[in-house]
Unconditional design. Structure first.
Length: 82
């Protein structure tokens, strides 16, 4: 099992990153931000603490959708088909 980032685990478990960081501090784990990584044994403890998220049997979150970019209006004299 690879190291997991706090925000990824929070998303998986359905809790806020700040809540998860608070819980990690209570467990004696030092995390500086939601981008910090967590060791596998700690991830297992957290998954046991927050089973409502579903853990490994939960369906994967939907893939990121591609956002369309806003097109800027063409300048006067500019070819609009650009």
């Amino acid at each position: 099992m690879a190291k997991v980032r706090v925000y990824e685990l929070a998303k998986e478990l359905g809790v806020d990153s700040k809540t998860l960081m608070t819980k990690l501090n209570e467990l004696g784990e030092f995390v500086r931000s939601a981008s910090s990584t967590i060791e596998p044994p700690v991830v297992r403890k957290l998954r046991d603490t927050y089973p409502a998220g579903g853990g490994a049997s939960a369906p994967k979150a939907a893939a990121h959708t591609r956002r369309s970019r806003r097109r800027r209006a063409p300048s006067p004299g500019e070819d609009p088909r650009r």
